[in-house]
Design a protein around this ligand. Structure first.
Ligand code: HEM
Length: 206
């Protein structure tokens, strides 16, 4: 299987940009899972309010630009952050395809290197599939999409298609989560068990 961009023994670490994008996007995606599950559980019939207690924690209360229901606020936030992630993923893909990445360590068995490369491709695929399915679902809803208050697309109000893409979004989410767990477990194994260079070359302070 070919890699996404040339691997090379002469580079020992990912570039700083690749490392920052890796951790930033990873963190944002984990927050999006939490936000997605949290907002989906919110009741649909809550009244519009002028003041919102962020995540109902009693830590930070703020006034949105206009009164809105908590569900509307969190859905809009989820869509806005999701669009931002998609833009970052496009940039990350561009960077990955135009820069040399370090080769797998010689100590790694061939099947493990193949599995790692396959998992990385799967992660890139899901980094695209999640936001794209969310966008299509939202376009078919009656609300459309705004990016931090800037209206981008009006909703088409087609409920059967919205439902279908909602299912795609949910299933893609579970596949993504399984891949993330696999990826993170493998990375931790390299750090604490194999003690090879894999962790260090993607670490923020190296
Ligand atoms: C990496 C990006 C994203 C992740 C990880 C993510 C994750 C999730 C998760 C975990 C849920 C809850 C699903 C469930 O109830 O089981 C959800 C729901 C949802 N997501 Fe996303 N999402 C992403 C991007 C987007 C984008 C870009 C949009 C739209 C522009 C979007 C729109 C929605 C909507 C509307 C729902 C609620 C569906 C409903 O209950 O009607 N998502 N998302």
């Amino acid at each position: 299987m070919t890699s996404l961009s040339p691997m090379n023994d002469s580079v020992s670490r990912y570039t700083s940009i690749a490392i920052i994008l890796h951790w930033l996007i990873g963190l944002m995606i984990l927050c999006m899972f939490a936000l997605g599950w949290y907002m989906s559980e919110l009741p649909k019939d809550l009244p519009k309010t002028a003041s919102l207690d962020l995540f109902g924690l009693g830590i930070y209360t703020f006034q949105p630009a206009e009164p809105m229901s908590p569900r509307t606020f969190y859905f809009n936030l989820h869509k806005s952050v999701g669009l931002t992630i998609l833009a970052l993923v496009f940039f990350r893909l561009f960077w990955r395809l135009t820069h040399t990445v370090p080769a797998m360590p010689a100590s790694m068995q061939e099947w493990q290197a193949k599995a790692a490369r396959l998992a990385h491709k799967g992660l890139y695929l899901m980094m695209l599939a999640l936001p794209l399915s969310g966008i299509v679902m939202s376009v078919y809803s009656k609300y459309g999409i705004a990016w931090f208050g800037i209206k981008l697309v009006a909703g088409l109000d087609n409920n059967p298609l919205r439902e279908q893409f909602k299912e795609v979004h949910e299933i893609a989410g579970w596949v993504f989560l399984a891949l993330i767990i696999l990826h993170a477990s493998a990375a931790l194994k390299h750090r604490f068990w194999d003690k090879d260079e894999i962790w260090g070359r993607m670490s923020l302070h190296g």
